[in-house]
Write a protein that binds this ligand. Structure first.
Ligand code: ADP
Ligand code: BMX
Length: 281
């Protein structure tokens, strides 16, 4: 039985019909950042119109913090979600079926563990995207709550900001602007770096260094079998190689096994669809 999966990120929203870990059909639109959750849900509802009657459960994988079906921003710069928005109740009422919600990276960690780059051992997933998110699967269980919100750690060497504020796609764009290169989204910065522009290479390298340091800390805390990296920035050409190169400087005993997300941008919808079908159907 297919499940409707909705992945709301700081940049894009994917609505997908998922069956047996396979995306049958999907639609991705920009997240209208200034609109708010009622409109984001209404847009997903419109996108899912043609699948009406084909699903009996909904899984939501969303940027931000979920507790008891209530949704809040941790870093409102990633997405300005109001405090304790009743996401599960609003979704059930709008779509007329039961719903389950989880953080986007936590859901993606489960997707990768079950159907992606996981080897069966403990797994940590990192998304380098609008913000930096993370999810943890230990002993075959996906952790919820605050677990894995690595982007919200205090940044190394700068007590006043979050780790994601020196790593994420949002940071890369802001840093390029701060240095006087204009409003350049992350893909353009990567292109400039590939064209050997020093300033762009430095921005990409700083981001990758932050992730390499985070991988070292994660390895020492959880010793996962692999750290799976996804997200628009994380999966950009050359990024994971750079993180690996920087990790070479880590003593070999504590080096992480860093691999790209096999499900790519679909990790979140596949993970949350699997959880929703297990828990709701
Ligand atoms: P979301 O944060 O909504 O989950 P993404 O995972 O696509 O969405 O992450 C968005 C960030 O990734 C933005 O900063 C965007 O500029 C950047 N990005 C998306 N695609 C690429 C790409 N091909 N190369 C580099 N950066 C990218
Ligand atoms: C973080 C935080 C995390 C999220 C991560 C990646 C918010 C709104 N989000 O700032 O919960 O997992 O960003 O989110 O506080 P993404 O939209 O970049 O995928």
């Amino acid at each position: 039985q297919p499940v409707l999966a909705i992945d709301i990120g700081g940049t894009k929203t994917m609505t997908a019909l998922v069956s047996d870990a396979e995306v049958l059909e999907e639609m991705t639109v920009p997240t209208q950042r200034s609109d708010g959750p009622d409109t984001w849900l209404a847009n997903a509802h419109a996108a899912a119109e043609r699948w009406h009657g084909k699903y009996d459960a909904i899984g939501l994988a969303v940027t931000g913090f979920i507790r008891n079906g209530l949704w809040s921003a941790m870093n409102p710069e990633t997405l300005g979600i109001p405090e304790n928005y009743p996401l599960v109740d609003k979704t059930s009422a709008l779509f007329g079926v039961r719903a389950l919600a989880m953080n986007d990276a936590q859901a993606a960690a489960w997707g990768e563990y079950r159907y992606g780059a996981g080897s069966g051992g403990d797994l940590v997933f990192l998304t380098v995207s609008t913000g930096v998110g993370g999810g943890i699967v230990v002993n075959g269980r996906p952790l919820g709550g605050l677990a894995g919100h690595f982007g919200l750690m205090q940044s190394f060497g700068d007590s006043s900001s979050y780790l994601e504020d020196q790593v994420s796609g949002r940071w890369m764009q802001a840093e390029a602007a701060r240095q006087g290169f204009g409003a350049m989204p992350a893909p353009d910065i990567f292109n400039a770096a590939r064209n050997d522009e020093t300033w762009a290479k430095a921005i990409v390298a700083r981001s990758a260094r932050g992730i390499a340091m985070l991988c070292r800390a994660i390895q020492l805390i959880l010793d996962p079998a692999e750290i799976v990296i996804g997200g628009g920035v994380g999966l950009a050409e050359g990024y994971i190689e750079l993180v690996r190169d920087l990790s070479i400087q880590v003593p070999s005993t504590i080096r992480s096994n860093i691999v790209p997300a096999k499900l790519a941008a679909q990790a979140g919808v596949i993970g949350i669809a699997d959880l929703a079908s297990r828990l709701l159907l």
